[in-house]
Design a protein around this ligand. Structure first.
Ligand code: WQD
Length: 338
């Protein structure tokens, strides 16, 4: 494999840092451009501790054309993994203009600068939320997308469309939209992981903070769904499996052109209570919980058909729910000291 330089806009965050760890370990050069709106600068030091190699880091707004141009002018970027964007579903409902401005502008600026420097390979951090509420499960990539239930979801759907149109205009362009299901867990080192701002919206960090005594109890958002135990079912995927999926997608993009959408999930559904019970049993902790009302906007159940990733990328998730819970707990204990 030729020496490769991969640019990670938004690469200092939860998903990006795990992708950076995989790429650095494989000997690829990594450049992170991040505004640190949802990340901490010391993740760079921790990436060096994990891999023995240090990514180059620029604290910039990816939508800032001049700043991003300086990054491309300074490094022979071979490919880009685009992770720069706001990602809180609930917040996007309260601040739609900020989400459209930030998520779309960063993408449009990135595509402009990539074109200026002849960079033709892009992997995009998309989301299963583009499938909307109407599709049957498991979701497959040829199903219709749209009908998104939040401005956050709409930004992902719109960016997929932008990339598809860019590929029609430039047949040499290669873009792979990775539709994440529910990324959870942390690197086994316990040195990188999810750092939710304030009260966690997502289940796994809330479970971990409850086990740590930071939260008094978990509220299970409804147990009257048409699911095996009545609680919501999702496709939780270990963030390290997700990161490895991005490496496979970069290698796929290097060998192909055109637009692709690929699910990154395990293909398995896990309920809220199943995850809670797994977390308790593998970690030997207690997670007090109460059953509360459903959260508006939640779907009863969704999970991936993971066949296309196996076929096209030669990738499939390998880690279990127990691995996810074990690694999430280790990170929760370490993060308090970091
Ligand atoms: C999972 C399940 C809740 C918290 C969202 C985004 C998705 C992606 C991942 C960005 C549901 C239940 C949760 C709690 C609970 N984000 N729950 N108590 O909503 O499936 O997906 O995060 O890419 O795009 O939509 O994840 O972790 O919030 O919820 O009972 O305190 O846990 O009802 O069934 P979700 P989640």
């Amino acid at each position: 494999m030729m020496k490769q330089t991969i640019l990670l806009p938004g690469g200092a965050g939860f998903i990006g840092s795990h992708i950076a760890a995989e790429l650095l370990t494989l000997g690829r050069d990594v450049v992170i451009a991040d505004d640190l709106s949802n990340a901490r600068a010391d993740v760079i030091d921790r990436l060096e501790r994990i891999t023995g190699r240090r990514p180059v880091f620029y604290q910039i707004d990816v939508a800032d054309h001049a700043a991003l141009d300086r990054v491309f002018a300074s490094h022979p970027v071979d490919a880009v993994i685009h992770l720069a964007g706001y990602k809180a579903v609930g917040e996007s409902v309260l601040k739609p203009v900020a989400y459209y401005r930030n998520n779309l502008d960063s993408t449009l600026t990135l595509l402009e600068v990539m074109a200026d420097y002849g960079v033709k390979k892009l992997v995009f951090s998309s989301s299963a939320t583009v499938y909307g509420p109407a599709n049957p499960i498991p979701y497959t990539e040829q199903m219709p997308t749209g009908g998104c239930t939040s401005p956050y979801g709409w930004t992902k759907h719109m960016i997929e469309q932008i990339l598809a149109d860019a590929c029609v205009a430039d047949p040499a362009l290669s873009t792979v939209c990775l539709r994440y299901f529910n990324p959870v867990g942390a690197h086994e080192s316990g040195l990188i992981g999810e750092l939710p701002n304030g009260i966690p919206n997502n289940l796994m960090p809330y479970i971990a903070q409850t086990a740590a005594g930071i939260r008094s109890e978990l509220t299970v958002f409804g147990d009257d769904y048409p699911t095996p135990d009545g609680t919501g079912v999702r496709d939780y995927i270990h963030v390290v499996d997700l990161a490895k999926g991005h490496v496979a997608a970069i290698d796929y993009a290097a060998a192909h052109t055109g637009w692709e959408a690929i699910n990154l999930g395990t293909g398995r559904g896990t309920s809220v209570l199943e995850l809670v019970h797994t977390f308790v049993s593998v970690n030997g902790v207690s997670v007090p919980y109460r059953i509360g009302p459903r959260r508006s906007g939640d779907l009863p159940a969704y999970y991936a058909d993971a066949e296309k990733a196996r076929r096209l990328l030669g990738w499939q998730a390998e880690k279990s729910a127990a691995d996810m819970c074990r690694d999430a707990w280790r990170w929760q204990q370490n993060a308090r000291e970091l």
